[in-house]
Design a protein around this ligand. Structure first.
Ligand code: ADP
Length: 465
């Protein structure tokens, strides 16, 4: 058991009260954290605001060097961190190892960008004048993160914020404090000055809300549920602060007759069942044209039977998953594989058929290992179904027809399109984000696009003659 305290102005403070237990083994208390109130948020923001100017004045390559050193420290503790991540979040050790690796690579990527130029030099219409632009840090950024990628998501928000000269306050998910502690420990040990990075543990409705409402927060990046995200959007927009939201998904896959049924089943199973279906990019509805439906369903059922998953993250989430399967059954679903019979907090990969497009499990996000397979008569009908959703994060298509693949890429109303690849799994160097109720659809995360959110553009006219 580890006490995981707040980090305020370089000091580890707070009274540990709230225990997080291993979802695979409730006897194993993984971490105990403080349940902070608004006064702790105030202290964290004061520390961040005080530290920010000196950090912004530190040369960008020196800021990046700290991220690179933190990456090396995490690398040296790789299996301990992965083991803790698996214990607190529940994903398999292999998945946890991959996630820690991702956090290391994210630190390396953004650390190296400390050497990259920013801004442009442009010609001026005025004689003897040069125009150039500078990217300025915003000041203090608040980062509110979820439990499902407890080290990778904080890393991909923290790293671009820090390398561009911002100070940050992080509010980790209540269920996964320890993974964030490993990340922040590495950054502190790598030499990050006190106050540049602060962490406040506590309830979203207390700590997250206080962060969102404070005038000193110039930007807020949030990943979590759609309801909370839309509420935060209202608060931040009212005071014209910058906001970036990654929220829910109802990610669809379209399987066409010309696809290989076995390959399609592997792509759908990976998207639906990896990370126990607890990814905002998880595949949760599949539309299949008639010629392939039977062969695809057989193959998917086999994939589901052999899929190894970690436990569902919490009793609360398990209840949501079980209720979704029960409702689907009441709406006439046939359970092809799995079902609503957990062992402890472990659920089996669940495949449902016999539902209509109006069924709640086809329309609403579940955030569990549950996928519904529906029939469509044509590519056009399938595309219309894919787009008939309030969400627009990712969508995929299995086909060998390049013309159709390009048509789908152009017309799927989502932020990320996958052709013959699972909806989950993202490269770290390319933009990520969705449309509709999935994302704020202004500033993208990841890749160099992530730097735009944490900086503003200033234009300078320099007369020299
Ligand atoms: P999930 O259902 O996946 O836990 P949430 O949106 O509830 O998604 O949580 C994502 C993050 O948002 C967590 O860090 C959580 O503490 C925080 N959060 C929850 N409610 C609020 C709120 N009202 N204001 C700000 N942050 C919140």
């Amino acid at each position: 058991m580890t006490n995981v305290l707040n980090l305020i102005g370089g000091e580890r403070v707070g009274d540990p009260q709230v225990a997080r237990r291993n979802p695979a083994d409730p006897g194993d208390v993984v971490a105990v954290t403080p349940s902070s109130d608004a006064s702790v948020v105030d202290a964290a923001l004061t520390a961040a605001a005080e530290a920010q100017a000196a950090w912004a004045a530190t040369p960008a390559p020196a800021r990046g060097a700290i991220l690179l050193d933190a990456a090396d420290l995490l690398r040296s503790r790789h299996s301990e961190v992965a083991s803790d991540l698996s214990r607190e979040e529940g994903k398999t050790f292999a998945e946890a190892t991959g996630e820690v690796r991702r956090a290391i690579d994210v630190l390396r990527f953004f650390g190296s960008l400390g050497w990259r130029g920013s801004g442009e030099v442009l010609p001026s219409a005025l004689p003897g004048t040069t125009v150039f632009t500078r990217r300025e840090p915003l000041g203090v950024a608040a980062l509110i993160t979820p439990w499902n990628f407890p080290i990778a998501i904080p890393a991909w928000k923290l790293a671009p914020a820090l390398v561009t000269g911002n100070a940050v306050v992080v509010k980790p998910a209540e269920l996964t404090p320890l993974s964030v502690a490993h990340l922040t420990d590495a950054l502190v040990e790598a030499g990050l000055p006190a106050g540049v990075l602060n962490v406040v543990h506590g309830k979203g409705s207390v700590v997250g809300d206080a962060l969102a409402r404070d005038e000193r927060v110039a930007a807020l990046s949030f990943t979590g549920s759609t309801g909370v995200g839309l509420g935060l959007h209202r608060i931040l927009s009212d005071r014209r602060a910058r906001v970036q939201l990654e929220m829910g998904g109802k990610n669809a896959y379209l399987i066409l007759d010309d696809a290989d049924p076995l390959a399609a089943a592997k792509v759908v199973a990976a998207g639906a069942f990896s990370l126990t279906g607890q990814a905002c990019t998880a595949t949760s509805r599949v539309y299949c044209t008639p010629g392939l439906r039977e062969a695809f369903l057989d193959a998917l059922a086999k994939e589901a039977e052999s899929y190894v998953m970690g436990p569902v993250v919490s009793e609360q989430q398990l209840a949501v998953d079980v209720a979704a399967i029960e409702t689907a059954r009441a709406e006439g679903a046939t359970i092809v594989s799995g079902g609503a019979a957990p062992t402890g907090q472990f659920l089996r990969p669940t495949v449902l058929t016999g539902l209509t497009h109006e069924s709640s499990v086809v329309r609403d996000e579940v955030f569990g290992p549950v996928v519904a397979v529906l029939g469509v008569d044509s590519y056009e009908e399938g595309l219309a179904r894919v787009n008939d959703s309030r969400y627009g994060l990712t969508a995929g298509i299995c086909t060998r027809d390049l013309t159709i693949a390009h048509h789908f890429a152009a017309h799927a109303q989502v932020g990320v399109v996958k052709v013959n690849r699972p909806t989950t799994g993202l490269d770290l160097n390319v933009p990520f984000g969705g449309v509709k109720d999935s994302s704020s659809n202004t500033f993208r995360e990841q890749g160099t696009a992530a730097l735009d959110f944490y900086t503003w553009s200033k234009t300078v006219y320099l007369g020299h003659e």
